[in-house]
Design a protein around this ligand. Structure first.
Ligand SMILES: Nc1nc2c(ncn2[C@@H]2O[C@H](COP(=O)(O)OP(=O)(O)OP(=O)(O)O)[C@@H](O)[C@H]2O)c(=O)[nH]1
Ligand SMILES: [Mg+2]
Length: 398
């Protein structure tokens, strides 16, 4: 079982679906066309029975939904759409067996082997002396740990060596693993689902960081825990981006709200309302990639966040930044910039299966300790796992 999913009490799921709020003034200032709901062909409704569509005011005139790769599409605003007949009952969801996690861990270790090798090399035939600390300093800096976290770790290590009266380099290696695990521990936090219905998770990051892929993988994790998920394709700039999310929706047999060329905030707003009306457990909002220096695009993200809060005053409940693990020290700059703009609640670090060095997590822990919910080590559905400080420290040490 994955521990991040907290099942909500049954009383919640029996709550009547709220009628959607009217579009906020901010959106009507730039009137967007209503977003369309696009169902994946084998739509199902998580662990809960399908609910009848809520009574809603008459919809505005609808134009056909555009869903190039989905045979079943329903025109009209998302909250007025007919519920499809549920497909065959989903097979009971199961948490991946422990072997799946160990396979994932193997990929992580493999990805971080460069860092592991250089840290390990420092201990070969080593005495506990200045040379050892200098070599460790170099290895940590090369691993993107950054000056501050490296200094902190080495000072902490010296203290541990003294208090443990270590005499062998092999003992120092274990103490360094402890020091890294302790530094990373504040980043270890469970993503809690179930306190709100739906839990609205907004996902942001620079171009190509792995947002959409991580959403696809996260959807699988949530579905494994019987959480019903609705995806919001708020990356409306590129048709390819919507189609990419649609493919992940299909793979996971979940519903998606998407609109061609629409306003990302409007799509997000409609998705949250649809999630409320249909009693979804989670709404995952995919956004377009952007650099923190592109101020107008950062403003657009802030607008999505504000507009989502008009649909549900407590939302978004999570604002996640997806970071490409290969970004090096720039990852820390991204965390700071997105955090200042959006108030991040969590991070997802992707591509740690490639040439990433991994030390940047130490820098993040030292300078902007925002929880790391997940680590991605590949492009497949099962390549995303929860972050565990001790496990990561061991992978980093080789
Ligand atoms: N090796 C590896 N590749 C990944 C991982 N996550 C994503 N990718 C790949 O990275 C590329 C970009 O991923 P996307 O999910 O499209 O990234 P994005 O952040 O949504 O990109 P934009 O929407 O264009 O900003 C794709 O080729 C993915 O398959 C990972 O954990 N490991
Ligand atoms: Mg994307």
């Amino acid at each position: 079982m994955f521990s991040f999913f907290k099942k909500k009490p049954p009383a919640d799921s029996a709550a009547p679906a709220a009628a959607p709020a009217p579009a906020p003034a901010e959106m009507s200032a730039e009137p967007p066309a209503p977003a369309r709901s696009v169902f994946s062909p084998s739509s199902w409704f998580g662990a809960k029975p399908a609910e009848p569509p809520p009574a809603v005011p008459a919809p505005p005139p609808a134009t056909p939904a555009i869903a190039p790769v989905v045979p079943v599409s329903v025109p009209g605003p998302v909250d007025a759409v007919e519920t499809l007949a549920p497909g065959p009952a989903p097979t009971p969801s199961e948490a991946p067996p422990p072997s799946e996690r160990s396979g994932w861990l193997g990929k992580l270790k493999m990805g971080l082997r460069k860092t592991g090798n250089s840290i390990t090399a420092a201990f070969v035939n080593a005495q506990i002396d200045d040379t050892l600390y200098e070599e460790l300093e170099e290895a940590l800096l090369m691993a993107d740990t950054g000056v501050k976290a490296t200094e902190f770790l080495l000072e902490d290590l010296r203290r541990r060596v003294r208090s443990n009266m270590a005499t062998e380099a092999s003992q120092v290696k274990l103490l360094l693993a402890d020091a890294i695990a302790d530094l990373l521990r504040p980043l270890e936090k469970e993503l809690v689902i179930g306190e709100h219905t739906p839990t609205v998770i907004m996902v942001a990051g620079v171009n190509g960081a792995g947002k959409t892929t991580s959403i696809g993988k996260l959807t699988k994790h949530l579905s494994n825990e019987s959480a019903s998920v609705l995806l919001a394709a708020a990356d409306t700039f590129r048709a390819a981006a919507r189609e990419q999310l649609l493919v992940w929706a299909d793979r996971n047999t979940v519903e998606i709200v998407s609109q061609e060329g629409g306003d990302p905030a409007a799509v997000s707003f409609d998705a949250v309302n649809a999630g409320k009306a249909r009693g979804k457990d989670v709404v995952l909002v995919d956004t377009a990639g952007r650099l923190p220096t592109q101020l107008h695009l950062m403003d657009e993200l802030k607008k999505i966040k504000r507009v989502v809060a008009r649909a549900d005053a407590t939302a978004p409940h999570e604002v996640l930044l997806v970071i490409d693990g290969n970004t090096g020290q720039n990852a820390l700059a991204q965390v700071k910039a997105f955090d200042e703009a959006l108030g991040l609640t969590g991070l997802v670090i992707t591509k740690l299966d490639g040439t990433a060095k991994g030390g940047v997590l130490c820098a993040i822990a030292r300078e902007r300790p925002i929880p790391v919910y997940f680590i991605g080590v590949g492009e497949k559905l099962e390549d995303l796992e929860t972050f565990k400080a001790r496990e990561f420290a061991q992978a980093l040490m080789g």
